[in-house]
Write a protein that binds this ligand. Structure first.
Ligand SMILES: NC(=O)c1ccc[n+]([C@@H]2O[C@H](COP(=O)([O-])OP(=O)(O)OC[C@H]3O[C@@H](n4cnc5c(N)ncnc54)[C@H](OP(=O)(O)O)[C@@H]3O)[C@@H](O)[C@H]2O)c1
Length: 364
């Protein structure tokens, strides 16, 4: 993969600002950037793990004053925006999430920012949660140049804030449209790998099968997803390569699979019996409700680090992704043409993440 300095005049004195640094994507970015020797400013409300080269900044993105105060002494050259706040309606998602990006970029006005990379996702093509995967959509695999859908969407609003600030402040930008992210995070809103690990553990301990919760389409059709480490590579690549500047890119692992192939392998990792799709979806929100006591009991028995089930499992999100009634396949050709050739094998991503959750004592 070719990495060049692109339009960045700050080579040699680059500083990264990762916004949403404790999240599933942000924490992978912090690891990648710090591992490459970048000085990293890591911003969230609560601090994450201490590590060399990383300085935690505590700010509330919904408070413009808090951002101005915290960022006043800082001079990031490369900004990676991976924060979001889940709201009840798309109207509220737009107001809050576009506002968080706008206020952050305003707080950085007058500084020497060279590039801002924004993480978004499949709602760009599928529509907001309120109409997710319904109505007219582009044909799959999704390509970056598809026109926007007519419905209001917080990703579009964030892109517009990014484009406006880039034009005004003179930085380059990139947008990274990820599919379901597989990564390492605890207490975040959308985490499929940890959700499935938690489901498999609860089922095994209760002597129940590990049941696929989703639709016939997802069980039988082709699927793809995004490793958080690969997403971090993609965001750093676009931020430091001239080919990556001022473009929106899809980012998925590069392999495709069927859940009916993947599911028995995940069950095999956990040593649990499994059941595939049968007649209708069997959502986790129903099947796993009321299990908090079972989790805290098994967490105590195994001496696990987290006894609160709702900090581990995001049933609603995995139900949404595995329950969708249409194929969601993403094209990676644009990134490859531009020089990004990273890829992952999804089964390996799942098992190495499960190994890590186990090593960190989050699952037995
Ligand atoms: N997860 C997925 O599978 C997935 C897939 C595709 C696209 N996406 C999109 O990617 C973006 C990021 O999602 P994610 O899942 O990576 O997020 P996440 O894991 O839930 O992390 C969110 C981060 O934002 C921080 N944050 C939230 N509210 C904040 C506030 N008011 N002030 C400061 N920091 C705040 C959180 O830390 P604190 O709570 O400590 O502040 C955390 O570090 C979203 O637009 C999402 O729709 C996600």
């Amino acid at each position: 993969m070719t990495i060049d300095t692109g339009t960045n005049q700050h080579d040699g004195q680059r500083t990264a600002l990762v916004v949403g640094a404790t999240g599933i994507a942000g924490s992978a970015l912090v690891e990648k950037l710090a591992g490459e020797g970048w000085p990293v400013l890591a911003l969230s409300r609560r601090p994450g793990q201490e590590r060399d080269g990383v300085r935690w900044l505590s700010a509330d993105l919904t408070s413009a004053d808090s951002l101005v105060e915290v960022l006043a002494p800082e001079n990031p050259t490369h900004v990676f925006f991976t924060a979001w706040s889940r709201r009840d309606t798309e109207e509220e998602n737009i107001r809050v999430n576009a506002g968080m990006l706008r206020d952050l970029l305003t707080a950085l006005h007058g500084k020497e920012v060279a590039h801002v990379a924004l993480m978004t996702g499949m709602k760009h093509y599928l529509g907001p949660f309120e109409s997710y995967g319904s109505g007219d959509m582009a044909d799959t695999p999704f390509h970056e140049e598809e026109p926007r859908l007519p419905s209001p969407n917080f990703y579009y609003a964030q892109e517009d804030e990014l484009f406006a600030a880039a034009a005004e402040q003179g930085f380059t930008w990139s947008v990274h449209r990820a599919h379901t992210v597989l990564g390492y995070a605890v207490g975040n809103a959308m985490n499929m790998a940890l959700t499935l690990a938690t489901q498999a553990t609860l089922c095994r301990e209760a002597g129940e099968p590990f049941v696929f919760p989703g639709s016939a389409q997802q069980w039988n059709g082709l699927a793809n997803v995004t490793d958080a480490g690969l997403l971090a590579e993609h965001m750093v690549w676009a931020s430091t390569s001239s080919a990556g500047a001022d473009e929106a890119y899809n980012i998925v692992n590069g392999d495709v699979f069927r859940w009916r192939w993947m599911w028995p392998r995940l069950a095999g990792y956990f040593g649990v019996e499994w059941e595939g799709f049968a007649e209708a979806p069997r959502p986790l929100e129903e099947a796993m409700s009321g299990r908090e006591g079972q989790w805290s009991e098994l967490a105590e028995r195994h001496g696990l680090a987290e006894t609160s089930l709702d900090r581990l499992a995001s049933w609603w999100h995995t139900d949404g992704d595995l329950g969708i009634e249409i194929e969601v396949i993403v094209d990676m050709g644009k990134s490859r043409d531009a020089g990004f050739t990273g890829y992952r094998r999804t089964l390996d991503v799942f098992t190495s993440l499960f190994d890590r959750y186990r090593a960190e004592n989050l699952i037995p």
